[in-house]
Design a protein around this ligand. Sequence first.
Ligand SMILES: NC(=O)c1ccc[n+]([C@@H]2O[C@H](COP(=O)([O-])OP(=O)(O)OC[C@H]3O[C@@H](n4cnc5c(N)ncnc54)[C@H](O)[C@@H]3O)[C@@H](O)[C@H]2O)c1
Ligand SMILES: O=c1ccn([C@@H]2O[C@H](COP(=O)(O)OP(=O)(O)O[C@H]3O[C@H](CO)[C@@H](O)[C@H](O)[C@H]3O)[C@@H](O)[C@H]2O)c(=O)[nH]1
Length: 330
Amino acid sequence: MRKKVLVTGGAGYIGSHVVRQLGTAGYDIIVYDNCSTGSPKSVLYGDLIIGDLADIDHLYLVFAKHQFSAVLHFAASLIVPESIIHPLNYYANNTRNTLNLLRCCHVMGVNQIIFSSTAAVYGEVGKNPVSECTPTMPINPYGRSKLMSEWLIKDYAITSSLRYVILRYFNVAGADSSGKLGQISPQTNHLIRSACDAALKRKPQMQIFGTDFPTPDGTGIRDYIHVEDLATAHLEALLYLEMGGESQILNCGYGQGYSVRQVIERVKAISEVDFPVIETDRRDGDPACVTACADKIHKVLGWQPKYNDLDLIVSTTLAWERQREMNGTK
Ligand SMILES: NC(=O)c1ccc[n+]([C@@H]2O[C@H](COP(=O)([O-])OP(=O)(O)OC[C@H]3O[C@@H](n4cnc5c(N)ncnc54)[C@H](O)[C@@H]3O)[C@@H](O)[C@H]2O)c1
Ligand SMILES: O=c1ccn([C@@H]2O[C@H](COP(=O)(O)OP(=O)(O)O[C@H]3O[C@H](CO)[C@@H](O)[C@H](O)[C@H]3O)[C@@H](O)[C@H]2O)c(=O)[nH]1
């Protein structure tokens, strides 16, 4: 019998890529999503149930109707500056709603979960790359709301049969090569998306937030991971849990950092557009540099990334954004 999995946030950017890979691998999929930032059009496999994780009664009904072997939990709010302005919304949507999900897992006996965590749980790190043992000291409500969700999962697992894989994603970008999936949320303004928007003349210029960080060129450094490689890590994590693997926290990144200036330079080179760039003050809640030590995920899951190349990440993002323009969906 095909295994049935629940994917919260499966209509969103990363979740939809994972749903596509799960569908190709033959899983039976129920996506639970309120479509606040995701879209039904992005759900290429399985059934979409429109619902909010805050509505625990509805969530119970979904769990009662279907027998899930595992849950993949993507649904969240994830914009760092917004989390500083509206912290309670972040604790509600990220932390409280993870609690709702765990309560349903508890009542219905679902004992495998894959959770979308973030490099933001590390905060301003002294030494890079960061390993899973690096102390977690998030510096914004988004990171704290996610760390608290990790604690809920870990504490509950101590007294139950729950086994988990917590994946700490670094900066996710790129789009799938079929041209069917990519980032669609108008709210997100991640660096690569922002630079592509400037290259496609959707805005007159872009900004660099801070040029006085203690980094070689003064701008923030991040570890950019292609969404397809990240999606594959989820399938491997699921297989790992199905084979009886013990609970794990795993960084998902390539271990290679790029500065804001370096990323902009690649977007300009690949798009062949020299758009204006304005240097402004630092954005609140931004650490200087965060890159992943990914040794553990290679070892535990045997994960072998295929798209470990900034130019490929940029070119698939540009291709996706150009296609959205042609389709009239942008
Ligand atoms: N994008 C990144 O760079 C990044 C990095 C680290 C971690 N993450 C994590 O990955 C996960 C997915 O992020 P994404 O980039 O795909 O974002 P996204 O906004 O595209 O996807 C989130 C999905 O969750 C849904 N959702 C939000 N709140 C919900 C609720 N209360 N009930 C039901 N559905 C709800 C949205 O409609 C959307 O479809 C998040 O948990 C995020 O914290 C993302
Ligand atoms: O127009 C822009 C956008 C971003 N940046 C800078 O680019 C870097 C990366 O920023 P961004 O792409 O917004 O990502 P982060 O703030 O690092 O956060 C992302 O990456 C985290 C994991 O590292 C995830 O948890 C978050 O959800 C996701 O928003 C930072 O130094 C920003 O200050 C700019 O200079 N100009």
